[in-house]
Design a binder for this molecule. Structure first.
Ligand SMILES: Cc1cc2nc3c(=O)[nH]c(=O)nc-3n(C[C@H](O)[C@H](O)[C@H](O)COP(=O)(O)OP(=O)(O)OC[C@H]3O[C@@H](n4cnc5c(N)ncnc54)[C@H](O)[C@@H]3O)c2cc1C
Length: 318
């Protein structure tokens, strides 16, 4: 990243990035990769190792027939300002994962500049309950403009990454299709010595993607078919981690996923050295896995991140 004259204290850790669609690629029946580009992305953030792991961003989707508000002109209270706008015209805010970020390079001595690019893999949930983000993605075309909200590298702190396995020697990565981009990005960073399992549930077998990893993680794809969301994951996790023969854990506190956000992630400093689990997907399915791992397997809650990424039958709350 090039040096800048902006004072660090004036940089907001999370801010708006004005981007446009550079490419659209259908990866499978339910995955669509959209590559965003724009000069603004030169300042997009990643962790100290240049990784994005499960970094979440906000994708601002315009309301049909109305331009997005100018987020760049809003101050630190942008979220409250945006919420106070007319809900019919302000657009929609949805959460997505950075599947991959490629930093750009300035052109020198006749070598052309390379623009920074950011990939987001959108799940096309178009059958049945669709939503503004999936619909926008399905009709996106090169040149379309959008606003992403994410970390600014100049702030030095890459907010929005939850994956923090500390010194854990084994991993359990579990997710449905909405967590595939995060798990795929995490797998790409893991060293050969890391072992464990990645269990991924997707709508159909044609959605199984080629994932790259140097690690010893065993990747298992599950096609949901006509089963309820999360059912194949429940079964597969039970095969990988058996219930404790004795010394069961406590029943975790109840979470009403219809009204509350299921989001329980340990402090990185508290993560132990044994097994670390990272679990994301449909909130009720994640809640069921939380119950199984905490109560029946007796897993230490300081070693598991449970994240409800979406809720069946409910639009994402802004
Ligand atoms: C941290 C985080 C990271 C995420 N990363 C990604 C990502 O990289 N890629 C991705 O595609 N999603 C990701 N999601 C999930 C995504 O935010 C939700 O799926 C979101 O609801 C999609 O918005 P929408 O406007 O399409 O649908 P909404 O307006 O939110 O919902 C409309 C209807 O669609 C249903 N619905 C929403 N998502 C799905 C789905 N996947 N399958 C079936 N029905 C659905 C809802 O239940 C509702 O009935 C992530 C979520 C979080 C919290």
């Amino acid at each position: 990243m090039s040096a800048t004259a902006v004072k660090p204290e004036t940089i907001r850790p999370i801010r708006a990035f004005e981007v446009s669609v550079a490419a659209v690629q259908k990866l499978s029946p339910h995955f669509l990769r959209i590559t965003f580009t724009g000069g603004d992305l030169d300042y997009f953030g990643s962790n100290a190792a240049g990784q994005t792991l499960d970094l979440r961003i906000k994708v601002m989707i315009p309301s049909s027939g109305f331009p997005l508000p100018d987020f760049g002109s809003m101050d630190e209270g942008w979220y409250q300002q945006w919420l106070a706008m007319d809900a019919d015209t302000r657009g929609f805010m949805r959460t997505y994962t950075v599947r991959r970020f490629r930093s750009g390079s300035p052109g020198i001595d006749g070598v052309p500049a390379v623009a920074a690019e950011l990939d987001v893999d959108f799940v096309l949930h178009l059958d049945g309950g669709s939503g503004p983000a999936a619909l926008w993605a399905a009709s996106a075309a090169p040149g379309d403009r959008l606003t992403l909200i994410g970390p600014d590298v100049r702030a030095g702190d890459c907010l929005g990454i939850e994956f923090a396995p500390g010194g854990a020697s084994r991993l359990l990565l579990v997710g449905d299709e909405t967590a595939v981009p995060a798990i795929a990005a995490i797998l790409e960073t893991l060293p050969a010595a890391t072992t464990g399992h990645a269990i991924l549930e997707v709508p159909c077998a044609e959605d199984f993607l080629d994932l790259a990893t140097d690690s010893g993680i065993q990747i298992s794809w599950l096609a949901r078919g006509g089963n309820p969301n999360g059912a194949p994951l429940q079964e597969a996790v039970r095969r990988v981690l058996a219930p404790a023969a004795c010394d069961l854990g406590d029943e975790p506190e109840a979470v009403d996923v219809d009204t509350d956000i299921l989001w329980e992630t340990p402090e990185p400093a508290d993560v132990g050295s044994g097994l670390y689990a990272w679990i994301a997907g449909e909130a009720a399915a994640v809640r069921e896995l939380r119950r199984y791992l905490v109560r029946d397997v007796g897993m230490d809650r300081n070693s598991v991140a449970f994240m409800g990424y979406w809720r069946l039958g409910k639009a994402q709350r802004s």
